[in-house]
Design a protein around this ligand. Structure first.
Ligand code: ADP
Ligand code: ASP
Ligand code: MG
Length: 406
């Protein structure tokens, strides 16, 4: 007998038929003798709609009320799945974040989990009941509803698995595992049997939606055994494992992309100490995350261009902040471009091999794709390109590094 957390994403609970399919999958694990807790997302499309309504009501809205609205999607699916389970003879009960409770900090819209009370759930699981837990949501220290950031149900599931000391956390989704790149844009993407925590962390943070970044961090920290697999087939999924569990290692194991980028350039910034602080200090204070940064030397050597990227949703806010700091920065002009994408190659093999970056630049050049910004770390290389070239760049790199399926 094992203790399992099963998580089902939005597409998997997208309509009543699918919720019934999920109920049958859960029943099969219960009948195999396992103790099971389930975490679900909102029906696909629901959270997007709820977010859009908040924006429509007021573009700059109260983050606490945003959470009240967007957390509602998961309330529907936990109730429906509990009903579907009961209908096929599986004792089940729904749980919202505050009922467990799933304690978080008060960073509304991107809250971090601080602790989960698992005792009551464990008692009930011991009696054969299946808790159906709302993903994505928690409760703040002052008792308000919080949400964990988009895609946060993955993190709910891994955190619950850690709190319940589960043997496994199975993430059921609409693809049958983690692929070498998004299988929806590269038909030749290959499913990986295993991927290391480090690579999965990079893939997730560089745009592969299949797992939320924080869920991978959490799994790494608590040693949770995570498997990504399909709700709609019995094909074996992808295990996220420690590096020493992988025998043969490719230099590059995956390509990720993110269209959630915007590029900002400060034109002709005076070249003297303290400028970077004047630019990035106010942005940090406003909660704008800055990602890639390059500073060019201009022709006369006195004033330079400073280019960096922020999340697309933060672009307007960043521009407003920079406008406020304009006098201190003293640049000639601020340019902004939301039509950019970040394309990245990831692989632990890069640690010990040179030449992977130049191979990337060659492959993109052959396709006539201009690189705007480059950033590297130990196990990844990212480039910023015009958004219209995203798919072309991903496909070119996937082929270049020998990842295409035969
Ligand atoms: P869920 O609603 O189940 O949480 P998501 O949409 O959040 O599902 O994540 C699954 C999606 O992630 C897939 O449909 C796929 O398009 C996308 N994806 C991006 N990169 C990858 C990858 N490397 N491997 C698998 N899926 C990926
Ligand atoms: N429903 C939430 C979202 O769409 C959480 C999740 O799906 O993981 O972001
Ligand atoms: Mg998801």
């Amino acid at each position: 007998m094992a203790r399992i957390v099963m998580k089902f994403g939005g597409t998997s609970v997208g309509d009543i038929e699918r919720i019934k399919t999920v109920a049958r999958r859960v029943k099969a694990e219960v009948e195999a003798g396992h103790e099971v807790a389930v975490v679900v997302s909102a029906m696909s499309g629901t959270t997007n709609q709820l977010v859009a309504w908040c924006r429509e009501a007021d573009l700059v809205h109260d983050a606490r009320e945003y959470d009240t609205v967007v957390a509602s999607g998961e309330q529907v699916t936990v109730g429906l799945l509990a009903i579907a389970l009961q209908a096929i003879g599986v004792p089940a009960r729904s749980w919202l974040g505050w009922q467990i409770p799933f304690r978080t900090d008060d960073a509304h819209g991107r809250a971090r989990i601080e602790g989960i009370e698992g005792a009551e759930l464990l008692t009930r699981m011991g009696r054969g009941e299946v808790p159906v837990v709302a993903g994505f949501q928690g409760v703040s220290p002052t008792g308000r509803i919080t949400t964990l950031g988009r895609g946060g149900s993955d993190t709910s599931a891994v955190a619950l698995a850690a709190a319940l000391h589960a043997d496994r956390c199975d993430i059921y989704t609409d693809v049958d595992g983690v692929y070498t790149t998004d299988p929806r844009i590269v038909a030749k993407a290959r499913k990986l049997d295993k991927i290391t925590f480090e690579e999965m962390l990079e893939m997730a943070s560089l745009g592969a939606k299949v797992l939320q970044t924080r869920s991978v961090e959490m799994a790494m920290k608590h040693g949770v055994r995570v498997q990504v697999r399909s709700t709609f087939s019995d094909a074996p999924g992808t295990l996220v494992v420690d590096e020493d569990e992988i025998m043969e290692q490719k230099l590059v194991s995956g390509i990720a992309y993110s269209r959630d980028e915007a590029k900002i350039t400060l034109v002709r910034v005076p070249d003297h100490p303290g400028i970077a602080a004047h630019v990035f200090g106010p942005l940090a204070q406003a909660g704008v995350n800055v990602d890639m940064i390059v500073q060019n030397v201009s022709e006369d050597g006195r004033a330079t261009d400073l280019t960096f990227t922020v999340g697309k949703a933060d672009m307007e806010r960043a521009l407003a902040v920079l406008d406020g700091a304009r006098a201190q920065i003293g640049c000639e002009r601020v340019d902004a471009d939301p039509n950019v994408a970040k394309v990245s190659a990831i692989g632990v093999g890069m640690r010990s091999h040179a030449g992977i970056a130049s191979q990337m630049f060659d492959a993109l050049a052959r396709k006539g794709i201009n690189i705007m910004v480059i950033s590297t770390s130990e196990i990844k290389i990212s480039v910023l390109v015009a958004e219209e070239y995203t798919e072309l760049a991903v496909r070119a790199l996937h082929a270049e590094y020998g990842l295409d399926a035969a």
